[in-house]
Design a protein around this ligand. Structure first.
Ligand code: FEO
Ligand code: CA
Ligand code: CA
Length: 702
């Protein structure tokens, strides 16, 4: 059955609410119902001088050291030149020359709607590439909803696709590897007759574990269009499932092998089974995929019986230390004892990392890079600095958590030679990890939490990257390098990192070298005893989120200082508390809860949303981010009922945009028998990856 495609539908009214309760339960273990894990007293840096004076002797040494860096002095550096033009996502040219012309986006704006369909502009087409249950590995059985097995799911496309990367196969213009994260499962919508997690069989729990992880699937362009479809993998056979159930991962970096990472099953502390809650990610210039392990806490039980010294660390990562089965728990301890922290407290430390997968080597074990820190990783995106070092930008997706960057010790070698690739594959194994500390340049009295612009007309200021660890050397007093890397949130607390409004995807623009981070929302901002609004997070009870732009001083991505501003403060453009780069707000689309960011080769910023709080389905948006069109945001696509818009990935020739439609029909009360969405096939809801292209073969967007 063809996908239901509709366009330009009327606004169907705002029904309020953000994520559905069912999404909260399954995606992040009801994180928002639990107390904010960051209870550190680190203040916003705009106020830090006063705080230092009043709290001298209380603030830890590391924090004082951080403050010495200060924020006075030199004026903001202008946007530096872009980094060395190494190919990253948008330069992964699939047979076409980058069009390169930033400017007016000419597609017809898609109106907000609540349809159970993918809606796209006139003149475009869209199609499902892969859906849950489709065969991936050789020998995959046909999907049978009523007889799901872990062995079958381990060879089939997993559930709840999130990150999407498309990597051209060297030497081929029309073949590529599609790499997809499968963040989490929703057992209510997977198993007919579902009556509760407690009633699932152990086999069903294992099906859920096998539906997590990643898929690597060879795809082929259809003719000269922007359409792509899965193809029978030639030799070498790249198609591959990576799961939470049984895939072996290698730990690399300074924390690998340390006692914090050893368990009864793995006394080496170097081999982990599985990956959990893989959310967003990135494609590296050397042709691998990075994947962030995000809400991994929800898979564990028994935190109440964990050793006393482990409890504060568990709590900082959102594990319950008072209940055996916290709300939202997945009950996986019934299938594998390692998920019981009462018995295996260190198993928790083996998740929360950045995973690197080499899709071109199906036999290579995926790796978890401890040098990049452990937190609720949304994803990681790499840019090659002028010096040749690679720099990965990363967000910790939790209310009041931090922004990070990693700078490699070694330099990237821009060569396709096997020896160069082998070298590049080691780049993320050692380096320096930094956390961001930001301050506004407007008086604190002008930031009243309403979203009203300060008198200088901008939410903007300066920032510092505070060093947490360099190679094996800790920069945080009282913590070893392994401590800093394994309990990175605590290290960030110690150096007074800035509490942000849920930092999600962070992406450098290869055109300008500027970095863009999505702050999804934070309805706890300024509520109760939580940190109040500041210039970088300027709205209390922030429902709609904002985009945070970083310009590294002197254009040096390895440096330690930057300027920042908020180009977009999301919401209904009619509302006074929104801002779209100064563009006429009558001409922009409403947007709520930005989550993933990407660029086309023209340098336009594409933003996908998660949890629209304006009553529409989630969507994909695009805007120029430089010049006169900066802030002219237009909606390109919406996803079906209950779904979230993930990915997106725009191919290097700008001919195709891939989107992961995650959790369609995830609305409380829905089930297989009573689906809230029947997308994409008309029977029951299935997460799926879609590709959208211009009917006339032209570049997407313009
Ligand atoms: Fe999985 Fe941060 O969204
Ligand atoms: Ca300002
Ligand atoms: Ca996300």
């Amino acid at each position: 059955m063809p996908d239901k495609i509709r366009r330009l539908l009327p606004l169907l009214g705002h029904s309020g609410g953000s994520r559905d309760a069912m999404t909260c339960l399954y995606r992040c273990g009801n994180a928002c119902d639990h107390p904010v894990p960051n209870v550190s007293a680190n203040p916003y840096l705009g106020d830090v001088v006063n705080v230092e004076m009043s709290r001298r002797g209380v603030v830890r040494a590391g924090a004082v050291g951080a403050m010495v860096l200060g924020f006075g002095g030199a004026a903001a550096a202008a946007a530096g030149p872009a980094a060395a033009a190494a190919p990253v996502e948008t330069a992964a040219t699939l047979g076409g020359r980058p069009h390169g012309k930033a400017g007016k986006l000419t597609f017809e704006t898609v109106a907000p709607n609540t349809l159970d369909a993918v809606t796209i502009p006139a003149g475009y087409q869209t199609e499902v590439v892969l859906r849950w249950g489709d065969p991936v590995e050789a020998g995959a059985p046909a999907f049978d909803l009523h007889n799901q097995t872990a062995a079958g799911q381990s060879k089939q496309f997993g559930y709840n696709n999130d990150f999407v990367g498309v990597l051209p196969i060297p030497g081929s213009k029309d073949r590529a590897l599609l790499v997809v994260n499968h963040e989490y499962t929703n057992e209510d919508l997977m198993f007919p007759g579902f009556t509760g997690l407690d009633n699932l069989s152990v086999e069903q729990l294992k099906v859920a574990m096998a539906a997590h992880g990643l898929s690597v699937v060879e795809i082929e362009r259809v003719g000269r269009t922007g359409r792509w479809k899965p193809v029978k993998s030639r030799r070498p056979h790249f198609n591959r499932r990576i799961t939470a159930l049984e895939t072996k991962f290698e730990l690399t970096g300074p924390a690998a092998g340390t006692p914090l990472l050893r368990t009864a099953a793995d006394p080496s502390g170097r081999v982990v089974i599985g990956t959990l809650n893989n959310c967003a990610g990135g494609v590296t210039p050397w042709g691998t995929v990075l994947s962030g392990e995000e809400n991994f806490n929800q898979y564990f039980v028994g935190g109440d019986q964990a050793p006393a010294d482990a409890k504060p660390k568990l709590a900082r990562y959102g594990f319950s230390t008072t209940a055996r089965y916290p709300s939202g728990n997945r009950k996986w301890d019934r299938a594998q004892e390692r998920f019981d922290l009462a018995k295996h407290p260190n198993e928790a430390n083996r998740f929360g990392w950045i995973v690197e997968v080499d899709p071109f080597d199906p036999d290579a074990p995926p790796r978890k890079h401890t040098a990049m820190g452990r937190f609720k990783h949304e994803g990681a995106n790499v840019i090659v600095a002028r010096s040749g070092h690679v720099v990965a930008y990363m967000g910790d997706d939790e209310r009041f958590d931090y922004l990070y960057k990693f700078v490699s010790d070694k330099k990237y070698i821009d060569s396709k030679a096997p020896w160069a690739r082998k070298h590049n594959l080691s780049l993320l194994e050692s380096g320096t990890l930094y956390v961001a500390q930001v301050a506004g340049d407007s008086p604190a009295t002008e930031i009243d939490g309403s979203g009203k612009l300060p008198s200088d007309g901008k939410f903007d200021g300066k920032g510092k990257w505070i060093k947490l660890v360099s190679g094996n050397k800790s920069e945080v007093p009282g913590m070893t390098a392994a401590d800093v890397l394994t309990f990175t949130r605590l290290a960030g607390d110690a150096v007074l990192a800035t509490k942000m409004d849920r930092p999600e995807d962070v992406q450098p623009s290869l055109r300008t070298g500027k970095i863009y981070a999505a702050m999804t929302n934070n309805t706890n901002r300024g509520v109760g005893t939580n940190a109040p609004a500041d210039e970088a997070n300027p709205r209390n009870a922030n429902k709609h989120g904002h985009i945070f732009e970083i310009v590294e001083d002197r254009g040096d991505h390895t440096g330690t200082s930057f300027t920042w501003s908020l180009p977009i403060v999301c919401g209904d453009p009619k509302a006074a508390d929104t801002y779209f780069g100064g563009y006429d707000k009558n001409a922009v689309s409403p947007i709520s809860c930005p989550d993933n960011v990407a660029f086309d080769s023209a340098g336009n910023l594409w933003i996908s949303t998660d949890g629209n709080a304006l009553g529409s389905n989630d969507g994909l948006f695009a805007t120029a981010i430089e010049g006169r069109e900066r802030g002219h945001l237009k909606q390109f696509l919406t996803v079906p009922k209950g779904a979230e818009t993930c990915g997106p990935f725009i191919t290097g020739d700008d001919r195709s945009v891939f989107v992961a439609v995650q959790h369609p029909g995830e609305i409380t009360g829905a089930s297989v028998e009573k689906p809230a969405s029947v997308w994409p096939d008309g029977d029951y809801a299935k997460p799926a990856v879609i590709v959208t292209w211009r009917t006339d073969g032209g570049p997407i967007g313009s």
